[in-house]
Design a protein around this ligand. Structure first.
Ligand SMILES: [Zn+2]
Length: 305
């Protein structure tokens, strides 16, 4: 058992037996995931698009994707934007990134003074890299040029910068976020769109976010090995056509990855009208292979790890 996990076990034991004495330690350790958006790009699915907020000790720490509707849900979650360490984008489809400008502008009305790092995939001939995406949004020649001061050090309360994850499928990329927090990116296959999965490894916890992907590279199970939580998207049913399957993972592939990786908790999200009314079939497929905990996402659901 690694020393970090051993420390986590000790703290949990202290919390169980001496909670009244060590309340502040226990609260600092509490990890939650708020589902801000559990839908896809459709207008009539009744859900905000993809976005998940990781909290530690009740404070916002990491934001995974910023799909349309995420900024509204963020406010409803009562989280505070100034506490966020970083934003991680899985890819730049609108249902994963469209609310980024809304967060940057909305942050003007918060106490945020720390620079904001936005991690996301590198680009290809169809889609800009994350750093270029931010330039195209916020630079003086960008779509929201009135926010261009957020790209100039010292001009606004904080600076926005983009960090591009490599698209080589040969390796994971490691990022040191803070002294006790790491992130890892893994290039995934999402049709012609650059996409990455993210792993957050902090204070002894591992949360893996697969984003939109199919399992062409067959590397997600290894990437998510023994994670405390794996977030996977169910955008297509089992019998989908070849174009949809080139973009998205099927329920039986999700089940196989969850089983292989031995993740403790599986969160299924990104429902579309073609999948959100087939959740019983989805659960049957998952439970046939995977024996861990399964949660079906709804907007504003809170998971305590
Ligand atoms: Zn997508």
């Amino acid at each position: 058992m690694s020393s970090r996990i051993t420390l986590r076990v000790y703290i949990v034991l202290i919390c169980v037996f001496f909670k009244q004495v060590n309340a502040s330690v226990c609260e600092q350790q509490q990890i939650q995931l708020h589902v801000l958006g559990s839908g896809g790009p459709e207008l009539d699915d009744g859900r905000a698009s993809s976005s998940y907020l990781v909290l530690q000790g009740g404070q916002a720490r990491y934001l995974l994707d910023t799909g349309s509707g995420a900024s509204l849900r963020f406010g409803e979650s009562q989280a505070e934007f100034e506490h966020l360490d970083a934003i991680f984008l899985s890819h730049l489809h609108t249902d994963h990134s469209a609310d980024l400008p809304a967060f940057v502008k909305g942050a003007f009305f918060t106490r945020r003074s720390r620079d904001l790092r936005v991690f996301g995939p590198g680009g290809n001939e169809r889609v800009p890299a994350t750093s270029e995406f931010i330039q195209r949004l916020f630079s003086e020649s960008g779509a929201f040029s009135y926010l261009s001061d957020y790209l100039v050090k010292g001009e606004e309360a904080f600076l926005v910068s983009g960090i591009d994850a490599p698209l080589s499928k040969a390796r994971e990329q490691r990022y040191q976020l803070t002294e006790n927090a790491l992130a890892f990116s893994l290039a995934t296959h999402h049709g012609p769109i650059p996409a990455v999965a993210w792993k957050l490894d902090f204070s002894g916890w591992k949360i893996v976010y697969a984003g939109d992907m199919n399992n062409k590279h067959k590397r997600l199970a290894g990437f998510a090995k023994d994670a405390d939580l794996l977030i996977v998207h169910n955008a297509i049913p089992e019998f989908a056509g070849s174009i949809a399957k080139n973009l998205h993972i099927t329920p039986s592939q999700i089940a196989q990855i969850a089983k292989e990786s031995k993740v403790k908790h599986l969160l299924i999200s990104h429902f579309m009208n073609r999948t959100q009314f087939r959740q019983q079939q989805l659960l049957k497929t998952l439970k046939a292979s995977y024996k861990g905990k399964i949660t079906v996402a709804e907007d504003l659901m809170i998971l305590s790890l």
